[in-house]
Design a protein. Structure first.
Length: 172
């Protein structure tokens, strides 16, 4: 019986090590939301300074170790703010890809600002976020590529074609 108790103890200890830490998550979320506020202010600052944006621009923001593109911004118009490491973009799609080249997530917005060093951004106004068969729409969207985090601030709508319950897809 002591051997069985030891096995149970090890099993529960392993499960506890993998348990979700809500306090850690809430702290991380607070940091990300502060970053969203920073980028929201940066967006307004960049918008006021846009003078001569380039047209039909594709900007790699993040790459994999092999050099292939991981995150890219595609815009009808964009302007770099070199000293701040920011890009203001209009008519924009931001795509994050998996290592195999398939699309992981896509953010479409009227305009946004992207911080090339933190690989995160703020989309002002209406935006759509698509991941697989799930899409979110709403207003004022913060996204962080390294954290795979998206926060829709207002008027959020969600539609999903691939939710699963108990390992099985839900019928429409």
């Amino acid at each position: 019986m002591p051997k069985f108790a030891s096995i149970l103890f090890c099993l529960f200890a392993a499960m506890a090590a993998q348990a979700f830490d809500s306090a850690e998550w809430l702290g991380k979320r607070q940091l990300l939301l502060r970053e969203a506020e920073r980028l929201r202010a940066a967006y307004s600052n960049c918008l006021a300074r846009v003078k001569s944006p380039a047209e039909d621009v594709t900007i790699p923001v993040e790459t994999f170790a092999d050099g292939s593109v991981k995150t890219v911004v595609m815009a009808k118009r964009a302007q770099f703010f070199v000293h701040e490491g920011l890009v203001w973009a209009e008519g924009v799609a931001i795509c994050k890809y998996k290592a195999d080249g398939s699309q992981e997530i896509r953010v479409e917005a009227g305009s946004c600002v992207v911080d090339r060093s933190t690989k995160s951004g703020w989309a002002e106004g209406r935006a759509t976020v698509v991941q697989g068969g799930t899409s979110f729409r709403g207003e004022d969207v913060y996204f962080s590529s390294p954290e795979s985090f998206v926060h829709v601030c207002r008027n959020t709508e969600m539609e999903s074609r691939d939710l699963a319950a108990a390992g099985r897809g839900l019928a429409p």
